[in-house]
Design a binder for this molecule. Sequence first.
Ligand SMILES: [Zn+2]
Length: 401
Amino acid sequence: MEQTQPPASLSWVERLVEIDTTSRDSNLPLIEVVAAHLRDHGIDPQLFPDESGRKANLVATIPAADGARSGGVVLSGHTDVVPVDGQQWTSDPFTPTIRDGRLYGRGTCDMKAFTAVALHLLPRMVEADLRAPLHLALSYDEEVGCLGGAHIVKQIADLGLAPEVCVVGEPTSMRVVTAHKSINLLEVTFTGIAAHSSLTPQGVNAIEHAARFITEVRGMADAWRTGGPFDPAYPVPHTTTSVNLVSGGIAGNTVADRCVVQLEFRSIAADDPAEVVESLRSVAARLEAEMKAEIPERADEVSVRLEVLAQVPGLDSSADGPATRLALALGAAEPEGKVTYGTEAGQFAETGIDTIVCGPGDIAQAHAADEYVELDQIVACEQFLGALIDHLSATTAEAGR
Ligand SMILES: [Zn+2]
């Protein structure tokens, strides 16, 4: 019987998965391991702590043979993972375990395998005669709204690295993904006036006005669903929105003076997120005016406040742009429609870097109990990044083929 060899980068995948980097916790233990590895190979990484100092982005450049540090390709990965709270796992999520050709553990698929393969190949990157530099960009807090990603693209720009191409290694089964929707999370706080429920004219009911807002949101959702615009490359071919969290009121016999509503919308490229936010703001402003009018003499106690909690830009890269052409030349699978989940790719693309998503593992296993990555996928990623090094170190004539 043929004995399958474990992937060469397996020990790096295991090392990263063993470090619990759930988003609510620090990612510094992982960042320090990566930084030490880079320094061991003569690469001085840049660390960018967040405001709390508990987390950091890491940017590292493997310069071209002529010393050039700008241009080239950036490999992007997030360091955090989603919680395992309440999930039933067959084996400990932070003790990577191989069963049936799969490596199980939190973050194996989303998305430590990609980063681990890059770290495994670091010695080859350093020794290669690169025509253009390779960059590594590791972020924090991707899973809670791409917070580190918003900073890391600026940090890369400030360092003057100006990569031409970015590969975000989120799980796509090593298929090129060129587009995903934007993600926008908003919170609207309705502040009314409390009153005994037998004296409703003396109160301004925050819940009732929030309900009217929710109805308006549903109206927007219905309009997109029936009237478009449409992008048939998406499984849900239009912009979507829904109210997914409501809290308000203190008792059954008290007019509620407070109601908080959270809604999300995910837009296709034809809908501008800023315009959607503006139309939600105007709904909120109209309702605020109507609430104030109920008891004009107490109008200053009444308000509707809309806050954007998180925004991740959409991605809409060209299917024959430099990033896609490069990834296909390195052996990635052809694009197959647009995807429903969001990534940091839109943030990179917004700064002018041609960006695709392509990484090992299937998004279906991300965030789930018993998350796993197929060992074959790790091997495919090793071949892909290995081919990238070969491509970047080939002579110009060879590279042009
Ligand atoms: Zn991810």
